[in-house]
Write a protein that binds this ligand. Structure first.
Ligand SMILES: NC(=O)c1ccc[n+]([C@@H]2O[C@H](COP(=O)([O-])OP(=O)(O)OC[C@H]3O[C@@H](n4cnc5c(N)ncnc54)[C@H](O)[C@@H]3O)[C@@H](O)[C@H]2O)c1
Length: 249
């Protein structure tokens, strides 16, 4: 078991890559906090883990709320005693057809960028006390390059996650805390996808991928697993694209 005796908080764990990560982590022995705004779907993921013999609890969390993060840390410690891993995965799509929309910029900064900062800010003191911890921040290929079908606020937010990860890695390495970013490529559409869920746009997106197909959620979850585990004990501040070669072209 690669995460035996570890406690992990996975945000956005009600759906997609977060749900896959939570399930795979539990299979590897972690006690998992399934954190999301979506209560019914999140509780279903926690139930699926428990039914399979794993340990999980659903926790309602808005990643953009400082108060929610404070209670998330308190509830995780009261349920499982410690916090070893944070997967900062929750997010909203930026494939908004109005690419100059101001509200989209604000939403992206608030959820996709500030939400990741608030998560790190909330768990780091507990990890410092323990002298260990692994944080994986989910960015995107959009944290490296622009795309025609993505609002620039998404790129800016995912770029912020990429660099904030490096800053946190440098600042908290002396405390035994590792911080890395994972950059999924073209994956199944997000719940909030607009342009990128359009079949014509998807055909164009897939044509740009050397591997010739979209990624599977578990392909990202396994990268998260490696970085979260002690197998990656000397790896911090790196960027891991999981993109079928998209960024290599
Ligand atoms: N799907 C893709 O093509 C793709 C590509 C690159 C990166 N990503 C990133 O991967 C991560 C996961 O995406 P996904 O494809 O699994 O999407 P998804 O829409 O299936 O899941 C995202 C989850 O985040 C939750 N969420 C949204 N806002 C929240 C908030 N404020 N607080 C708490 N939870 C919130 C949603 O309820 C949902 O369950 C996101 O950060 C996304 O930006 C996705």
């Amino acid at each position: 078991m690669r995460l035996k005796d570890k406690v992990a908080i996975v945000t956005g764990a009600a759906s997609g890559m977060g749900a896959s990560t939570a399930i795979i982590f539990a299979n590897e022995g972690a006690k998992v906090i399934v954190a999301d705004l979506a209560a019914a779907e999140g509780a279903a993921v926690a139930d699926e883990i428990t039914a399979a013999g794993g340990q999980a609890r659903f926790l309602k969390l808005d990643v953009a709320s400082e108060a929610d993060w404070e209670s998330a840390v308190a509830e995780t410690i009261s349920a499982f005693g410690q916090i070893d891993i944070l997967i900062n995965n929750a997010g909203v799509s930026g494939s908004h057809p109005d690419r100059l929309n101001i509200n989209t910029w604000d939403e992206q900064m608030n959820i996709n960028a500030k939400g990741v900062f608030l998560g790190m800010r909330a768990v780091i003191p507990t990890m410092q006390k323990a002298g260990r911890g692994s944080i994986v921040n989910i960015s995107s290929i959009s944290g490296f390059v622009g795309q025609a079908y993505v609002h620039m606020g998404y790129n800016a937010a995912k770029g912020a996650v990429r660099l904030a990860t490096k800053a946190a890695a440098v600042q908290f390495a002396p405390d035994g805390i590792r911080v890395n970013s994972v950059h999924p490529g073209v994956m199944p559409p997000m719940k909030t996808s607009m342009m990128s869920a359009d079949p014509d746009v998807r055909r164009e997106m897939i044509a740009a991928i050397p591997a010739g197909r979209e990624g599977r959620v578990e392909e990202v979850a396994y990268a998260n697993l490696f970085l979260a585990s002690d197998e990656a004990s000397y790896i911090t501040g790196i960027e891991v694209p999981v993109d079928g070669g998209y960024l290599a072209v």
